[in-house]
Write a protein that binds this ligand. Sequence first.
Ligand SMILES: [Zn+2]
Ligand SMILES: [Zn+2]
Length: 341
Amino acid sequence: VAKSMLAAVIDRPHQIAVREVPIPELQPDEALVRVEAAGVCGTDVHIFDGGFLASYPIIAGHEFAGTIVALGPEVTGYQVGDRVACEPSISCDHCYFCRRNLHNHCENWQSLGVTRPGAFAEYVAVPRQCLYRIERLSFAEAAFVEPLACVVFGQERARLQLGDNVLIFGAGAIGLQHLQLIRRAGAAQVAVVDKRSDRLELASTLGADWAIVADGTESQKLRDIAPRGFKLVIDATGVSAVVEQAVQYVMNSGKLLVFGVCPQAERISVSPFEIYRRDLQIVGSFAIRRTFSQAVSLLEAGAIEVKPLIGQTITLSELPEALALMARGQAPMKIQVCNQG
Ligand SMILES: [Zn+2]
Ligand SMILES: [Zn+2]
């Protein structure tokens, strides 16, 4: 392995440069992974914008798969050449929350691509606890294990009952993973709302019973479809105004899953009386809580299709442009940075 590598470094909000940096040095319990595919996520856009809990300068990128090229002396069970998907969250396993199996609230929480160097680079140092061997998956598919693991955790939080009707706001890569998983999980019918008709077409292909354009007429359409509302409403937009108006579509005794990442400083207005009177539950879901293996299984089995969600494959040097496009809301579906070498 060479001494330096190409990486996209966000030096401070709105400033990103693709340049040579030293290859990460390994701790004894870490593997050096050559990145073969890395998904670009809304969170990366937030980090680029300065709106997320990142430490700068930072190499972002937390949805990735690659090949092990070197191993620290304490890493057992893996070999150079192994193909792996990598969980970005690193938990300590001994704090208050870890000891109660709430690892995503670890008091010593770290994340590749958020608080330490991530996957928008040729190589990443990955702790052993974050390695998951992949068998049949392509690297492009394996780069979806992370977002799917978040989706699995979100739905475990939402605890759908068989036969429930579900409404999903947002037909991006996340919304369409929610759609496929919730259908597998036993939803009776699923409605998907988005502003973009190209995304809604894909939603229909992937099993949406209703694909509804958010053009101002969606409210009436949703009332017609479900006069009592939906047992579960999922926000996969991360737009505060969407979350605010989503409450009205939750059936009495139903749930709203706040999954999309809204800007940290924003506020919405919800009637506490309505929450009380209608027995509502508003549920959050942060990152992954021991759901990475489940996501590997779902993808290896072909239970969730992710290839149709890949909108564009780019090189590292094209990343700054792609982040700007995403920030303007003009990007295609999932953009992946792929190793062309
Ligand atoms: Zn992500
Ligand atoms: Zn912990």
